[in-house]
Every structure is written in structure tokens, then in C-alpha cells.
Design a protein around this ligand. Structure first.
Ligand SMILES: Cc1ncc(C[n+]2csc(CCOP(=O)(O)OP(=O)(O)O)c2C)c(N)n1
Ligand code: SF4
Length: 330
């Protein structure tokens, strides 16, 4: 018989985060990566913030009128203008001599595609805003259309596999490099599979005066085609294969990576998701696409030096302390 371990209430409270900007009771799907990521981001950012949130799943499932899951000032912006709205909010805070930090939230469709112009302007003008992109790799809220963040060969409703092509024809846009080319002080990627990495990067960005950017990989069980309870494992596989490297860039230069201890073959990640199902068909094109995707992962591992070196204090197994130069410390 299993013994139930009782944790004293006081200890439990100590272990609980002190502040939750987004509460339970929202209407996200079971296992939604965005819901978890937004909770972690707002926990780490603390109460003295306000948010401009682009249209998309996060905006919709947290604010079914007349209810709201937010405990912080929150504004629904359009797809197109989230960067501009956040810049205006920041200017208003500055004019009132307030230190409240402005956060901007958008999905990959709202960030990589439709809101990109306003985001670029906000970064270029140097507004003191932390922009968080919840990257679930498609326009999920309107029924899974491909975005420029959708990975190569993935199936969406607008990139169906067939005679002409094996899912999405184009590559995932390298948003972090584009954002960093604005010479901003800090830009990073993170993943819901690594909550402490998200918290650490949010705190780092919050401490910087100026524009900062965080792209968080967020599985979407509905759009990716997996069970809700698999989200974290699948997000972790994206990092451990090298397909979604966790990196930090300061003023355009690479300053931190989370090393991968033992890279996992990409098929282990792809085979868990229905959006890549066609790549496992008995078809020469499928085999070639699998090789192509493995080459993308290998390229990431090489260019970001992900196998054993890096500034992160832990690797993808969360085990050892690894410093640039490859020295492992117990
Ligand atoms: C200019 C404009 N085009 C299209 C829409 C319709 N629309 C609402 S939500 C959405 C999908 C959002 O995708 P994304 O930004 O990736 O966020 P997700 O829902 O995946 O979190 C779309 C296309 C809109 N609201 N405004
Ligand atoms: S469709 Fe995807 S992103 Fe939207 S709430 Fe459901 S799991 Fe989350």
C-alpha cells in the first residue's frame, strides 16, 4: 500500500510561488503549453507589471467575457499593433514617473508575421518592454494554419502533405537572430519543459532597462496532435534533439546556451506528433525529409556549440553545472 506523505501547510505555502499573475479557471485545452508558460512568466515578473496581449489563444482563453484570469493590468491589443501599444504604455508610465514594467505577449502568428512591423519599431526605438512570444508554431486559435514559425515539413490545415509537398515547404523563421539584429540588450529562447530556465530568463530581462525578447516553445496538443499529458516530454525532446536550442544573445552576440548532454535523434520527437505522421509513411520523400530535419538539428548543435559547452548552469538533463569551455562540475 502506498503511504501518503503529508506536507505541513506552512511548508507547502513556502514552496508555492508568492505571486500568480494568471490564475486557474481559464479555458485553455488540457496540456496547453501557452497556459503554463504565461503562468511561469507572470510569476517570475511579479506584480508590478502591465501587459499588452495580442489576439490569439492566450488572449481568448484567459478572458471569456465577463471573466478574466489575470490579476495584473492587462490590455487586449490587435495582432498588428502589440509592439506599438506596449511602447505607448511604457511611454505613459515614464511620463508619470512610474517604474511599472510593460510586458507584451503574442503568439508566433502575432509575432513572426502579423505584428512584426510594430515589434520591430518598438525594438528599434529602444522601449523598456519585455516582449514574450508564446511559440506554438502555428495559428492555433483559428484552426491550425501555418505561420512562418511552423517547422519545415509539419502538417497544418494550410500545409497539408500530398502529391506536391510533404507538409510545410519552407523553413521555420529564425526569429531570434532577426530580433537580435536590432542590437537589443537581451534576447533568448526558452521552453515550458524547463520552468526554472523560463524564470531565470524573465528575471534577467526584467532587470534590463530597454527592449528584451523571450521566445518560449509551447506545445499545443490540438495543433501538434498529441495527448495533453505529453506536452512537457515533447517540449523537452525538441530541445534535446537540437531542433529548439535554448540560447541567449546580448547585443546580437551569443552569451549563453543550454548544453545537450546526449542529443536525441529527431525521429524520437517527430514520431510523437500527428503533424509529422506523413514522414513515417513508406515513401522516399518522407525518408529524405527525415534526413533533412536531422541535418537542421545537427546544424543547430554545431553553430550554437550545444554539445557540452555553454554558459548555462545546467544542461538539458538538469544535472551538472557546465561552464563555457566544457568544464563540468559536480
Ligand atoms: C489582422 C488579423 N488577422 C486575422 C485575425 C484572426 N485571428 C485571430 S486569432 C488568430 C490566430 C493566432 O495565432 P497566433 O498568433 O500564432 O497565436 P495562437 O492562437 O497560436 O496562440 C487569427 C489568425 C485577426 N484577429 N486579426
Ligand atoms: S488550441 Fe493549442 S494553444 Fe490554443 S488553448 Fe488549445 S492547446 Fe493551447
Amino acid at each position: 500500500m502506498n503511504t501518503v506523505v503529508q506536507i505541513p501547510a506552512a511548508e507547502l505555502r513556502r514552496k508555492q510561488p508568492r505571486f500568480q499573475g494568471m490564475t486557474a479557471g481559464h479555458r485553455a485545452c488540457l496540456g496547453c503549453g501557452e497556459a503554463l508558460a504565461a503562468r511561469l512568466v507572470t510569476e517570475a515578473a511579479g506584480p508590478d507589471v502591465m501587459i499588452a496581449n495580442a489576439t490569439g489563444c492566450l488572449e481568448i482563453f484567459t478572458t471569456p467575457w465577463p471573466e478574466s484570469a489575470w490579476r495584473i493590468p492587462w490590455l487586449h491589443s490587435l495582432f498588428e499593433n502589440t509592439g506599438a501599444i506596449a511602447a505607448g504604455m511604457e511611454a505613459a508610465m515614464k511620463a508619470q514617473h512610474k517604474s511599472t514594467k510593460v510586458l507584451a505577449f503574442g503568439g508566433d502568428g502575432g509575432t513572426f508575421d502579423i505584428g512584426f512591423q510594430a515589434l520591430s519599431g518598438m525594438l528599434e526605438r529602444g522601449h523598456n518592454v519585455l516582449y514574450v512570444c508564446y511559440d506554438n508554431e502555428a495559428y492555433m486559435n483559428t484552426g491550425i494554419q501555418r505561420s512562418s514559425s511552423t517547422p519545415h515539413a509539419a502538417m497544418t490545415t494550410t500545409s497539408p502533405p500530398g502529391k506536391e509537398r510533404m507538409g510545410k515547404r519552407h523553413l521555420k523563421k529564425d526569429m531570434l537572430s532577426i530580433v537580435s539584429a536590432h542590437h537589443i540588450p537581451y534576447a533568448a529562447t526558452s521552453s515550458v519543459a524547463y520552468p526554472s530556465d523560463i524564470r531565470q530568463k524573465v528575471r534577467r530581462a526584467m532587470a534590463i532597462e530597454g527592449p528584451t525578447f523571450l521566445q518560449i516553445h509551447c506545445p499545443c496538443p490540438l495543433g501538434w496532435g498529441h495527448e495533453g499529458d505529453e506536452s512537457i516530454e515533447i517540449a523537452r525532446l525538441a530541445v534535446k534533439t537540437g531542433l529548439f536550442p535554448l540560447i541567449e544573445l546580448e547585443r546580437g552576440g551569443l552569451t549563453g546556451v543550454m548544453p545537450i548532454r546526449d542529443p536525441v535523434p529527431v525521429v524520437e520527437y517527430l514520431k510523437r506528433q500527428n503533424r509529422f505522421r506523413h514522414l513515417f509513411a513508406d515513401d522516399l520523400r518522407a525518408k529524405q525529409e527525415l534526413e533533412h530535419i536531422q541535418a537542421i538539428a545537427d546544424h543547430n548543435i554545431e553553430i550554437y556549440d550545444l554539445s557540452g559547452h555553454g554558459e548555462s548552469t545546467y544542461d538539458t538533463d538538469g544535472m551538472s553545472i557546465v561552464r563555457r569551455g566544457g568544464m563540468r562540475r559536480a
